[in-house]
Design a protein around this ligand. Structure first.
Ligand code: 13P
Ligand code: SF4
Length: 327
């Protein structure tokens, strides 16, 4: 069956082609690099120089020789790039692209918590503002949270923030009792119930299950898995960890418990495998604020710059550098 484009579709496709061509030209003029998170819309992922998870994108930002970094992701990610690269111009195509998880802790909240636990080591998930990172001893991502916590003196109290589900998973995996966890959550991942996983796994009994540690279902599901001895079918991973696992695993089907944007890369890099989203509506509206038009405007108008005051950046950088040194 041949499908023909109607006029509106043709015009839209021509507009997209023109935008892509101009973005590539402006990228050269500005000596810019485009970084995109794994949850970005497909057309943004496809035009980016690097697509990855929070950790991978921080590393790319730190290593780039470009003058300008255009960060197609959410605000805390662009801030992390600005902290790591004070001499670069970091742009985000939409300043409103925030993160519900990063918003779940304020500086005042952290300072009060620290005052209640003097001497405790503060471990902050990368989904936090620069001000929170500046008050932290270590930063961590979903890709290295376990490693970071394991590296800390077992006799030291830990304040882990802001994600309660990631924190609970790390606490469970390390068996660490002296770890206090902030009660923050990501509205996209918190909504997933273990029943949704049970249903999908019943429909696809041979599938591997890829779960992001921000998922609300994770700890209850691990309890069930332990009872049923099905641990081999489950992989808890960052978004990049999921891509690596899908490429390396002999499995042909995967149930994916994270934001739907990741399906684009999973399918693109594994055309012979099937990826089943845990829920169709698992979409982060902040990640989806970045469009081709806004990326184009960012490059043409050299907007919107994300910067962090140097005193805050210097303290925040220490927590990120300690993380990078460990994993
Ligand atoms: P990753 O670092 O695993 O890509 O996660 C970032 C994020 O915001 C997940 O919601
Ligand atoms: Fe933040 Fe959740 Fe969106 Fe990730 S998916 S950027 S944690 S709101």
């Amino acid at each position: 069956m041949t499908t023909t484009m109607n006029n509106t579709e043709r015009q839209s496709s021509e507009r997209t082609e023109k935008l892509i061509q101009e973005i590539n030209e402006w990228k050269v003029k500005r000596n810019a690099v485009i970084l995109a998170h794994n949850y970005q819309i497909p057309v943004i992922q496809d035009i980016a120089d690097f697509v990855g998870d929070s950790l991978g994108l921080s590393r790319q930002a730190a290593a780039t020789k470009s003058d300008v970094i255009v960060f197609c992701g959410v605000h805390f990610m662009a801030e992390t790039a600005a902290i790591l690269c004070p001499d670069k111009r970091v742009l985000i195509p939409d300043l409103e692209a925030g993160c519900s998880l990063a918003a779940s802790i304020t500086l005042e909240g952290l300072l009060n918590w620290k005052a209640e636990h003097p001497g405790a080591i503060v471990v902050s998930y990368v989904n936090t503002t620069a001000a929170i990172k500046a008050e932290s001893d270590y930063c961590c991502t979903s890709g290295n949270a376990l490693q970071i916590v394991k590296s800390i003196d077992p006799d030291k109290e830990i304040l882990f923030l802001p994600d309660v589900f990631l924190g609970s998973w790390v606490k469970r995996m390390t068996g660490r009792e002296n770890m206090h966890i902030w009660m923050g959550e990501c509205h996209v991942h918190a909504a997933i119930h273990p029943r949704a996983i049970d249903e999908k796994m019943k429909q696809h009994p041979e599938a591997e299950l890829l779960i992001h540690p921000e998922c609300g279902c994770l700890t209850p599901y691990l309890d069930r898995v332990a009872r049923q001895d099905k641990g081999d079918q489950l992989k808890v991973a960052s978004t990049e960890g999921m891509i690596v696992r899908a490429c390396q695993s002999p499995a042909k089907q995967f149930v994916v418990a994270t934001e739907e944007g990741i399906l684009h890369r999973l399918k693109k890099e594994n055309p012979d495998k099937e990826f089943i989203p845990i829920a169709d509506e698992m979409s982060c509206q902040f990640m989806k604020m970045i469009t081709l038009e806004k990326l184009h405007a960012a490059l043409v108008n050299n907007q919107f710059q994300v910067s962090v005051p140097e005193d805050v950046a210097a303290k925040a950088r220490l927590s990120i550098e300690r993380m990078v040194a460990i994993g």
